[in-house]
Design a binder for this molecule. Structure first.
Ligand SMILES: NC(=O)c1ccc[n+]([C@@H]2O[C@H](COP(=O)([O-])OP(=O)(O)OC[C@H]3O[C@@H](n4cnc5c(N)ncnc54)[C@H](OP(=O)(O)O)[C@@H]3O)[C@@H](O)[C@H]2O)c1
Length: 273
């Protein structure tokens, strides 16, 4: 009898310290996912919704695709339009999301562009590609992070997940130098936030996908062929958007908060840093 009681006590102590089941339930979370009308962002939004979160579905051109999600999950998904190349719209987007939710728990900076811009292009046009790439991928990310930090500080809590790229670390092909540079900048933003605001309860993570089958990747496939991408990776199929999304759910859950500042590769072992 004494042994039995000891075992029971130990069981309760251990299961209290280490809850046996890792259930991810985001019922209490309000999350903004930029660029969630298509591709990786759409998969992220759907996984977050399926885990219980309320998600701000941000889009720019593809309203129809965004509305499909809203109509499928009217209680959990809400549409917000903004062109992230325009800083006033970036700012307005965040303000509108806060007006709707009251409180934001997680920001996912996913929207991005990759413009093919070979070095034999005219200087002015080449610079225009750079400016557009930087405005959407880097400046909008920076401004949304700034606004999110200011929103998170009074709550002493918040998570930022930035979707960067393998290109930030290994570089990209000659036409996508601006893209790689913008993604490197995102990595630096995330690390700075993790270092500067951790004590105020704010965590920041990078996810660095490799080649992932989306509309963006289709441009590359058209240029280089699918075999080029397949030869790069260690697995037997190209990465799909839903190979990226579950990691965002995990990072949003708080189970990985002590990985703040980290970059997590998802590139089918094509480049592991
Ligand atoms: N696919 C890959 O191989 C790969 C690899 C590494 C990293 N990534 C990164 O993963 C993220 C998602 O890429 P993806 O492949 O899913 O791209 P995608 O299929 O081309 O989708 C891009 C998303 O970003 C939004 N977007 C584009 N330009 C915008 C603008 N000016 N203002 C507001 N929203 C804008 C689009 O919204 P609308 O359609 O509504 O305009 C769309 O929802 C990007 O940051 C990308 O750099 C992708």
């Amino acid at each position: 009898m004494f042994n039995y009681l000891c075992c029971k006590l130990l069981y309760y102590k251990i299961s209290n310290d280490y809850p046996l089941k890792m259930n991810i339930n985001l019922n209490e979370s309000n999350i903004l996912v930029t660029g969630s009308s298509r591709g990786i962002g759409k998969a992220i939004a759907l996984r977050l919704i399926q885990s219980g979160a309320k998600v701000a579905i941000h889009y720019s051109q593809h309203e129809h695709s965004a509305l499909e999600i809203i109509n499928a999950y009217p209680q959990q998904a809400f549409a917000f339009k903004a062109d992230l190349s325009k800083s006033d719209e970036v700012s307005q987007l965040f303000d509108n999301v806060i007006k709707h939710f009251g409180k934001l728990d997680v920001l996912v900076n996913n929207a991005g562009i990759a413009i093919s811009s070979p070095i034999n292009k005219d200087d002015e046009l080449w610079m225009r590609d750079w400016e557009l790439t930087m405005s959407v991928n880097l400046h909008a990310t920076g401004l949304l992070c700034k606004k999110a930090i200011n929103h998170f500080i009074p709550h002493q809590s918040g998570r930022i997940i930035n979707i960067t790229s393998r290109a930030a670390f290994r570089g990209d092909t000659a036409e996508y130098i601006a893209y790689a540079a913008s993604k490197g900048g995102m990595v630096a933003i995330t690390r700075s936030i993790a270092r500067a605001y951790g004590k105020q309860g704010i965590k920041a993570f990078n996810i660095a996908p490799g080649f992932t089958r989306t509309d963006m990747a289709q441009g590359f496939i058209d240029e280089y062929g699918e075999l080029y991408a397949m030869n790069d990776i260690a697995l037997d199929r190209l990465t799909e958007p839903d190979d990226i999304a579950p990691l965002v759910v995990f990072l949003a859950s708080g189970y990985a908060d002590h990985a703040t500042g980290a970059t997590i590769d998802i590139n089918a072992a094509s480049y592991v840093h």
